[in-house]
Design a protein around this ligand. Sequence first.
Ligand SMILES: [Fe+2]
Length: 384
Amino acid sequence: MQEYFEFGIGARVLYKLGLASELGPVIDELGAQRIFIVADKGVTAAGLLGPVIEGLRGNAEVVGIFDSVPANSSVATVMEGAAAARAAGADMILAMGGGSPIDTAKAIRIIVTNGGHLLDYQGYNVISARLVPMIAIPTTSGTGSEVTPYAMIRDDEQNLKLSFASRYLVPDVAILDPLLTRSLPPTLTAATGVDALSHAIETFVSTENSSFSDGLALTAIDMIATHLRDAVQNGSDIDARGQMLIAASMAGMACANSYFGVIHALSHAVGGKFRVHHGTAISILMPVGMRFNSAVVPERYVRIARAMGVNAGGRSDSEVIADGISAVATLSSDCGLPTRLRDVGVPEDALPELAAIALLDGAIYHNPRVATEGELLELLREAW
Ligand SMILES: [Fe+2]
């Protein structure tokens, strides 16, 4: 019986094929006229911004384009983008790209609205008032950043990834346009898709889950199990692309309210130390993390297995759970993702240090099973 839970959405989500080139009315509703665009070089090189800018003509003016956001955005990048947005007199931020440009745009909003330095706003609920409006347009189906209240920004001076969290960071509008994800290559489609799957799975077993997040998570698991292979194997399968985009946002919305767990804690350690792509690390660590947690919340893992398409009829819970975990591992390997840490450049002698880092990662606080450093090391060994 849940004694308390909280659930909020915040972002208005709009879905339509080609919607990104019809944003005039959305901008009018937000009351903005001077749009500052945040993207990355991949977005501009793929020519994705042209139709967006064309669609704004007559409703608003694009006063600047900041497309020098790296894969892991930094405090310096945010401050540079914020200075440009302020100098241009921007009254709205529009972000297009994967998690990094969207997180960067969220952080730029803080400075454009409040001034000062980004490091002044680090942590939870430090921001306490509305920010300039923001539209987020994801071009990957993974992070769910377009609907979450978080921004992860790297501080190169301290060599740390900083977390910014506030409900005021949630973009006002998330635009889901599957046409934009068609050009995402198979490997990135796979890694970001499996990351989205992990958001749904970790949320569903988290100590902070609620019936609201459960519904989003289970539906997202079902959608990803059904459509990820098609999106990877045939990038122009627009139905699969659309389903993956929606599922990633639903999973993002679920974990924005109910948080992560041991799989993300281990993946953050591996990704931070050896620069392994987040979704790739997740795909390797998900089966071991699931096995670890299934011992304490087996009934939840039976439901995950069913959502993954496992036929439960007449078999024991432990068989169904094992099949559910296998279904996740098979999905990753069918999508061409590596299955072992040794295959992505992680040396065996680094595992104890990774276990120590993961133990301190904030993602672990809401894991359903308390993990010791020794148990985390065992999981890493299993995945090595
Ligand atoms: Fe993730």
